[in-house]
Ligand binder design. Structure first.
Ligand code: PEP
Ligand code: MG
Length: 328
């Protein structure tokens, strides 16, 4: 079916009943950006900026970061690129970074990582902010912050960026035309304070990799647990459905950027929950687009509402059957 997927490259990702789905790709290295042309994706929905840090032998200085971001933006052209600030620390420790005395972590995934680390290591975040702001001069900069647990963390991160923007303006540097700030929803607690968080945001992105590991208290990298909990479980789907409803009520665009969205049946379920933006691994764009183009999403939404209300049915089995019955 490779040829069939390739032929779909330029066809719109639209359901049979006319719902447009934004299909974006996840990336992290300069070469990943070529996937935009290969797949015909709408943009990069998650650019993991920590990759540059992880493959470097020394801390990438601001100029090096800026060069990468500029290259990525130049290649992307007028397609949006959502840059996520570094998600390092914990299990993605950098050998060249100064560690604190008591940095041995029993639970690195829940430890000193991502935005928690960035906010404390202000110099690191400032350099990244300046690199992003200068790289996106003359265009829109999309930036999002990982592993937010409470709204004040978003406030602090945004304030840091705004301060750098002001500083660059004082230096008469050319700036982005606009900045769109987003948050990743990966920590379940954040879902309880969306009424406070959402009015501050330009967009929200659900990171289903970390989110499911925290919802189920199950290490995402543990081989014994990999098959145990299903993305198509009532708990996850109800959880995501609630988040999507709240985002819609606040008029805040919401997407999914975890690996869940790259699996065809899971992607279908996400559309059934009301999502219209997925950022997925490039290899999944063809199969997911094929699914979208054969789908009547309104029918699916009615079906899934019943399924989630009932709660006793095996969702994977029921959805597999539904997909078969509807020639997906
Ligand atoms: C996620 O947690 O779902 C996510 C997209 O971020 P990462 O996989 O980089 O942790
Ligand atoms: Mg994550």
């Amino acid at each position: 079916r490779r040829a069939e997927f390739a032929a779909m490259r330029d066809l719109p990702s639209e359901t049979k009943d006319g719902a447009r789905v934004e299909l974006m790709v996840n990336a992290g290295l300069r070469d990943d950006v070529a996937a935009l042309d290969v797949t015909g994706a709408d943009g990069i929905g998650l650019f993991r900026t920590e990759f540059q840090f992880l493959v470097s032998a020394t801390m990438p200085q601001r100029e090096r970061q800026q060069r990468l971001y500029k290259d990525v933006l130049d290649t992307a052209g007028d397609r949006p690129v959502i840059f996520r600030t570094v998600d390092i620390g914990g299990d993605k420790a950098l050998p060249y970074m100064r560690q604190d005395e008591d940095n041995t972590e029993e639970n690195p995934a829940m430890g000193w990582r991502a935005l928690r680390l960035s906010l404390e290591r202000g110099g690191l975040m400032k350099a990244q902010a300046r690199a992003l702001l200068e790289a996106a001069a003359g265009r829109t900069l999309y930036v999002m912050f990982p592993l937010i647990s409470e709204p004040w963390e978003f406030d602090e991160a945004q304030a840091l960026f705004e301060k750098q923007r002001e500083w660059l303006a004082d230096q008469r540097k050319k700036l982005p035309n606009a900045i769109r700030y987003g948050a990743m929803l990966e920590v379940p607690a954040l879902a309880e304070v969306l009424d406070i968080l959402l009015p501050k945001l330009d967009f929200l992105s659900i990171g289903t990799n970390d989110l499911t590991q925290f919802l189920f208290a199950a290490d995402r990298a543990h081989p014994k647990l990999a098959e145990r909990y299903d993305w198509l479980s009532i708990a996850i789907l109800r959880f995501i459905a609630r988040v999507v409803r709240e985002c819609n009520a606040h008029d805040v665009p919401v997407g999914v950027c975890g690996e869940m969205g790259g699996r065809t049946l899971e992607a279908m379920a996400l559309l059934g929950l009301g999502l219209r933006r997925l950022s997925i691994t490039p290899a999944s764009v063809g199969p997911v687009k094929a699914m979208i183009r054969s789908l009547n999403v309104e029918e699916l939404q009615v079906f899934m509402t019943g399924l989630l209300k009932d709660g006793t049915v095996n969702v994977r089995d029921a959805m597999t059957q539904w997909a078969k019955d509807h020639a997906i």
